[in-house]
Design a protein around this ligand. Structure first.
Ligand code: ADP
Ligand code: ADP
Ligand code: ZN
Length: 214
């Protein structure tokens, strides 16, 4: 099963993608997580990506397309994968289609997790991320068991630099301009499915399982 998660920053793509990956035993591929790991390890890619991420802008297509094209051809992707945060532009979507076509494959579903802008700022200011294992929490709706500490690995959880309100506004603008057009792109391919993202996360997941099948 090959699935794309679409939706605004903070819509819950990552939260849902992790559960999809667990249930269907496929890898969760988050380009944001890949960039953050590169930043943490001080790689060249990380240094380049950071300048864009800190401003709430997208990293240029050429820095991300090849990375994903390589990743989805690794062995663990044989039974599928869930893409979270990629594609984010029409050229990225076209590059993904081309890479899959080369190996006679295509995406099965693009799931749009629909959350209005009004809810996004609150989601992002309350988001706490573990930069060690990638887990995400929300101080109100999905809190850690011990305040400030990741349930999964015990590392501190933090407010991401790009989750500050000023940057979130910019990211939302960028989303509407560059990423939202993908909704129509996948509608035309007849693989778009929309779920209401303003429900408890368990209910969002139920809606997704109805689409993907138990
Ligand atoms: P969120 O989950 O809140 O949408 P991500 O972790 O997916 O955030 O992305 C964080 C930042 O990483 C983005 O704002 C952007 O700068 C960069 N990024 C991640 N994926 C991509 C991509 N496919 N294309 C360009 N930039 C990306
Ligand atoms: P994205 O990957 O789309 O940027 P996340 O999965 O990181 O979004 O979720 C953004 C924030 O909202 C996180 O703090 C997360 O814990 C929280 N969140 C996710 N799903 C829900 C939900 N259904 N209801 C309330 N909060 C949620
Ligand atoms: Zn952790």
């Amino acid at each position: 099963m090959k699935v794309i998660m679409l939706g605004a920053p903070g819509a819950g793509k990552g939260t849902q993608a992790k559960q999809i990956a667990d249930k269907y035993s496929i890898p969760h591929i988050s380009t944001g997580d890949i960039f953050r790991a590169n930043i943490k390890n001080g790689t060249e890619l990380g240094k380049k990506a950071k300048t864009y991420m800190d401003q709430g802008l997208l990293v240029p297509d050429e820095l991300v397309v090849e990375l994903v094209a390589d990743r989805i051809q690794q062995d663990d992707c044989k039974n599928g994968f869930v893409l979270d945060g990629f594609p984010r532009t029409i050229p990225q979507a076209e590059a993904l289609d081309a890479a899959l076509e080369n190996i006679n494959e295509k995406m099965d579903y693009a799931i749009d997790v629909d959350v209005p802008d009004e809810n996004i700022i609150n989601r992002m200011s309350g988001r706490r991320a573990c930069l060690n294992c990638g887990a995400t929490y929300h101080i109100v709706s999905i809190p850690t068991k011990v305040e400030g500490i990741c349930d999964r690995c015990g590392s501190p959880v933090v407010l991401r630099d790009d989750d500050k309100p000023e940057t979130v506004k910019r990211r939302l603008e960028v989303y509407h301009e560059q990423t939202q057009p993908l909704i129509n792109y996948y509608k035309k391919q007849d693989i778009l499915r929309t779920v209401n993202g303003v429900q408890p996360m368990e209910d969002v997941f139920k809606s997704i399982v109805e689409i993907l099948g138990a």
